[in-house]
Design a binder for this molecule. Structure first.
Ligand code: BG6
Length: 476
C-alpha cells in the first residue's frame, strides 16, 4: 500500500513562507476557448475543494450578459470538466460576475474597478491572445486595477527570445516579477512533479543519476490527433514553439537539475534556470522537422505552410553530471498513439549475450501516469537465462490526481510561484531553441498514424533507436 506520510521534501510548504491570498480573481477572455475548456472546470473544482471563496469576474467583448456566461460555464464543465457538481456550481455562480467591454476602452477598466469593490490583492488572468497582453496590462496599470495585484499569463511567452524579452518588459512595467505567474501547465502535472520527487527522495538513485551510469535520455510527446481546429494558432507556432521550448524543456530541467536546497524560496527555480543555461543552443544538424500529410487542408493553415507538426532533436547538457549523455526529444501531431514518456536508459552490464535495452527508468507522463524500472530477472526453468520485467512504483489509480489548471490557479491565488516559470527561465529556454526556429532545415512529410518522418531514425541511431511508447491509437 502507498505510504501516505507527508514527505519532508514538500518544498512548497517549507519554503513558500507567508503569502497574501488574493481576494478577487479576474479573468480576461471569459467567453473564449481556454475559459470554456480549462478555466471553468478548474474553478468548479476549486470551489468544491474549498479553495475559492472570492469574487470571480469574467471580462470579454462578446455582447453577452451574465446569464450567457453562466450557460457557457455550465457547458464547459459538463463537457470538459468531468460533469457539473450542482452544489459547487451554484456556489461558483454566486461568485461569478461579468463585464462585457472592449479592452481598448478605459470604461471597461472603470467598470472593473467598481466590480473589484475594494479588493486589495486581485489576480488578473489573461486568457487572451498574446497580441492583447500589452493593451490589457497597460490599462490595468493606468486604471489602478494592477495595484498590489498579480497577473497570470499563458504560454506562448513570446515568439522568440527578443519578443519574450519585450513581453517581460511590458509585464514588469506594471507588476513586480514576484507578481507575475507564467503558466506552463506541465509544471502542474502530478506526473512531472513526480520526476523531481522520485529523483531526490530516493537514496539509491543519486549515485547512478549521471553520465557514469546513464546511457541516454529520451522524451517523447506523441499525439495521435491533429491541430484540433487550432490551425491558425498552430501555423504561427509549430511543434518547437508549441511544446518543446516550454513543456519538454521543463521536463529536461526536472530530470537534469541539481538538488534544490530548502534554505531559500527560489532555490528550485534557480536550479531550473541553471540547467537551461548549461544546454548549448541546439545545432540545426541535430534537428529533424516533419509535417503530416493533409496538414495544409486544416482550416487556418497556409496552403504552402512549412511549419513543423513534428520535431525531433538531440541536445546536450554541458555539466559534470551529464557531459556526453545524449538527450533526445521528439514531439508530434498525428502520430501512432497519444503518449508522453521519458525513457532513461542505463548503461549495459558487461555480460555477453545480454539483449540490449532492458535496464531503464520509464516515466509515463500522460495520458496516464506511471513510473517503472525495467530490469532483467532469471527466466524460470533449468537454464541460466534472463527475461525482461518492469517494476512499477506508481500508477494513475493511486494518485487521485488534481488537474494541472486547478493546481496552478490555486497556487497563484495563494501567491505561491514555485510552479510558475520565471523570466530568466523563459529567456534561457528561448536561447536554447533560437537557432532551430523557422524553416532552418527542410520539412519532411510523414503519414498520419506513423511515428513521424523516417529521417528521425538517423538521429536516434546512436542510442540504439527510439523507444516508442505504447498508447491508444486514437484520441477519444
Ligand atoms: C498545449 C499545446 O500547450 O499542450 C497543445 O498547445 C498540446 O498542442 C497540449 O496538445 C498537450 O497538453 P497535455 O496536457 O494534453 O499533454
Amino acid at each position: 500500500m502507498a505510504d501516505t506520510t507527508t514527505a519532508n521534501l514538500d518544498v512548497k510548504s517549507t519554503i513558500a513562507g507567508a503569502k497574501v491570498a488574493s481576494d478577487a480573481l479576474v479573468f480576461f477572455g471569459a467567453t473564449g476557448d481556454l475559459a470554456h475548456k480549462k478555466i471553468f472546470p478548474a474553478l468548479q473544482a476549486m470551489v468544491k475543494r474549498g479553495n475559492l471563496n472570492v469574487p470571480v469576474i469574467g471580462v470579454a467583448k462578446a455582447g453577452w450578459n451574465i446569464e450567457q456566461l453562466r450557460e457557457r460555464a455550465r457547458d464547459g464543465i459538463a463537457t470538459f470538466g468531468g460533469g457539473v457538481d450542482e452544489a459547487a456550481f451554484a456556489k461558483l455562480v454566486q461568485l461569478l460576475k461579468y463585464i462585457d467591454g472592449d479592452y481598448q476602452d478605459p470604461k471597461t477598466f472603470e467598470q472593473l474597478r467598481t466590480a473589484l469593490d475594494g479588493a486589495k490583492h486581485p489576480t488578473h488572468y489573461l486568457a487572451i491572445p498574446p497580441s492583447l497582453f500589452a493593451t490589457v496590462v497597460e490599462a490595468l496599470g493606468k486604471s489602478g486595477c494592477g495595484e498590489n495585484a498579480r497577473v497570470i499569463i499563458e504560454k506562448p511567452f513570446g515568439h522568440d527570445l527578443e519578443s519574450a524579452q519585450r513581453l517581460n518588459a511590458i509585464l514588469q512595467s506594471v507588476f513586480p516579477e514576484s507578481g507575475i505567474f507564467r503558466i506552463d501547465h506541465y509544471l502542474g502535472k502530478e506526473a512531472v512533479e513526480n520526476l523531481l520527487l522520485f529523483r531526490f527522495a530516493n537514496a539509491f538513485l543519486e549515485p547512478i543519476w549521471n553520465r557514469n551510469y546513464i546511457h541516454s535520455v529520451e522524451i517523447t510527446m506523441a499525439e495521435s490527433f491533429g491541430v484540433q481546429g487550432r490551425g491558425k494558432f498552430y501555423d504561427e507556432t509549430g511543434a518547437i514553439r508549441d511544446v518543446i521550448q516550454n513543456h519538454l524543456l521543463q521536463v529536461v530541467g526536472f530530470l537534469a537539475m541539481e538538488p534544490p536546497t530548502s534554505m531559500y524560496p527560489e532555490s528550485l527555480r534557480d536550479e531550473q534556470v541553471k540547467i537551461f543555461r548549461m544546454i548549448p543552443p541546439i545545432n540545426p544538424t541535430d534537428l529533424i522537422r516533419g509535417q503530416f500529410a493533409g496538414y495544409h487542408k486544416e482550416p487556418g493553415v497556409a496552403p504552402n505552410s512549412e511549419v513543423e507538426t513534428y520535431a525531433a532533436l538531440s541536445l546536450e547538457v554541458d555539466s559534470w553530471r551529464w557531459a556526453g549523455v545524449p538527450f533526445l526529444i521528439r514531439a508530434g501531431k498525428c502520430l501512432s498513439v497519444t503518449a508522453t514518456e521519458v525513457f532513461v536508459k542505463l548503461r549495459q552490464p558487461p555480460l555477453t549475450k545480454l539483449p540490449p535495452g532492458s535496464n531503464y527508468f520509464r516515466f509515463r507522463l500522460g495520458p496516464d501516469l506511471s513510473l517503472s524500472l525495467g530490469a532483467r530477472v532469471k527466466r524460470p526453468g533449468p537454464r541460466l537465462q534472463t527475461m525482461e520485467t518492469e517494476l512499477s512504483a506508481v500508477s494513475s489509480s493511486e494518485t487521485g490526481e488534481m488537474e494541472a489548471y486547478e493546481r496552478l490557479l490555486t497556487d497563484a491565488m495563494k501567491g505561491d510561484s514555485l510552479l510558475f516559470v520565471r523570466q530568466d527561465a523563459v529567456e534561457a529556454a528561448w536561447a536554447i531553441v533560437e537557432p532551430i526556429l523557422g524553416d532552418i532545415v527542410p520539412i519532411q512529410p510523414y503519414q498520419p498514424g506513423t511515428w513521424g518522418p523516417v529521417e528521425a531514425n538517423h538521429l536516434a541511431a546512436a542510442i540504439g533507436g527510439w523507444h516508442n511508447p505504447e498508447g491508444k491509437a486514437t484520441d477519444s
